[in-house]
Design a protein around this ligand. Sequence first.
Ligand SMILES: [Zn+2]
Ligand SMILES: [Zn+2]
Length: 633
Amino acid sequence: MAKYELLSKVESMLPSNAQIVESVFEGANMVLYSKNKSFVLNSSSLIRRIVNTVKKRVEVRPDPSILISPDSAKAIIEKEVPEEAGLQDVWFDDQRSIVILEADKPGLVIGHLGRVTKSIRSKTLWIPFVRRAPAIKSDLVKTIRYTIFSNSGYRRKFMHRIGQKIYGTPINKNNYWIRLSCLGGFREVGRSCSLLQTPHSRVLIDCGVNVASENRAYPHFEAPEFDVKALDAIIVSHAHLDHSALVPLLFKYGFKGPVYCSEPTRDIMTLLQLDYIDVNQREGKKLLFDSRDIKNMIKHTFCLSFDEVTDITNDVRLTLFNSGHVLGASMAHFNIGDGFHNMIYTGDFKFADTNMLSKASNVFQRLETLVMESTYGAKTDIPLSLKECEKTLISLINETISNGGKVLVPVLGAGRAQEIILIIEKAVRDKALKDVKVHVDGMVWDVSAIHTTYPEFMNRDVKNLVFRKDHNPFLAPCFKWVGSQKERVELINSKKPCVILATSGMLTGGSSVEYFRQLAENPVNRLIIVSYQGRGSLGRRLQAGERTIKMELHKGGVEVIKVRMGIETIEGFSGHSNRQELIDFVKYLQPRPKRVIVMHGESSKCLDLASSIHKLFRVETQAPRNLDTIRIR
Ligand SMILES: [Zn+2]
Ligand SMILES: [Zn+2]
């Protein structure tokens, strides 16, 4: 639609007494602020008709001038919500006339047929949003939410600007084209970064770091087509650092647009980015950005639910789908040029159910180009089944514990850690594991807390367990949180056998390296590797058989470690699809794409998978290199 045509069309459909004080965009949606109390409360059927006509989301909210004060509203809310609901927190967003109610039992806050929330609305005019209070409270989630609320006025203006851009210029379909530039993560794992360009839009998809490499750590920001200030939006597929680490750096470089991702991705990536700064600082490395840049990113981030369609520019429409990789991990579907071309970027994905997540989505309305990962894309990548992996893990833990040793499992903060926690908890419940204490180090615990904040992103079984407070697997008595350096030292010095889950997953920094250093020389201990080990990482070197490890000390000098602990790799816990699952994904994908672009895999895997897909399905495949640009249309 032409400039503001949408706003005037909607306004023309309103009754004369609607008393609209302001009509604004919230991104691609429209919000009308009215001073007429009865219009605010009774316009829902009219608004439904308007939505059906303009095919955009339209909402009516009370103008802040007719709201009662937050204090009086809170008193009414506390009276209306039944005690059994367990109301925990009430947040007022006074710029948007919204109040968020956090409770143990959201159903009771809403009431039968919405009786309670309707009553709150009519007595206070504030618009209530109800959500479940997390089982494990996370300071980080609180801080993120506070950052968003305290910048609500800024965000309101910002969202309006985005809407003006989306609806400002009509698409010119003459000489229309689409290109994808490969800035990082092509024929390699790490530093994922792609730039999607059309005559109207520049959208960056992921912006990660390769933590296992010194000289190939960052995407090719020097590529001529990359201009941070010209970017319209950034999409983050999931929280892992090889996809999200450098988003705050782009804000430092002058990016002022929106970031789109799922809610768990926003929270977990914030945690991992803060930890990334922390690890670099402790290792005396130069910091690329600081917590202010992360805060700036949070202020500009918009969270989408799975399957929610949103215009992000005037010619690109984005929908996120479950990718089954880690909590909140998404595949991004792009409808480009008003149906001209449809592309899916899978990010990292698992095309099989795991203990915690449902398998990746594979049915879409339209699809022409698929950009997919290939971490385990080679013919030789045939891992054990998940059941076999679980049995191996449990028997290795039992064996080590009965020999009086400690088991160290280096994990990525998000993903494998929670999967392993669920497996151990179940084994303890089933008595397959006896008397084992599992120490969950710092960040792993924080990420678990975020998991309990968003149970709806986990599969039905785990979600139901988390909802039943006394059965929450993340709070089972076998787990103990290690929160401080003092507790870490005590744990290492204690003679008691135990299991330790610590980050980073590739032993490239973080507390897993500290534990490794202290446990490595004792042959009764065991290191169990359960996740992907990047080239050059300490984990990869140990897998390759290196047993004399030189480590630089913080205070200077080098320590030589003779590794005598047992080292085992269990391949198959991965949150990535194995070879067969990658092939099956393409096989069962609806509709079948015309072109497949393979990325996020070492060179040989990308080439192997691309050629196999071509032979099996007779579609055009490509395994581009970094700095290549592909013309999609
Ligand atoms: Zn990942
Ligand atoms: Zn990745």
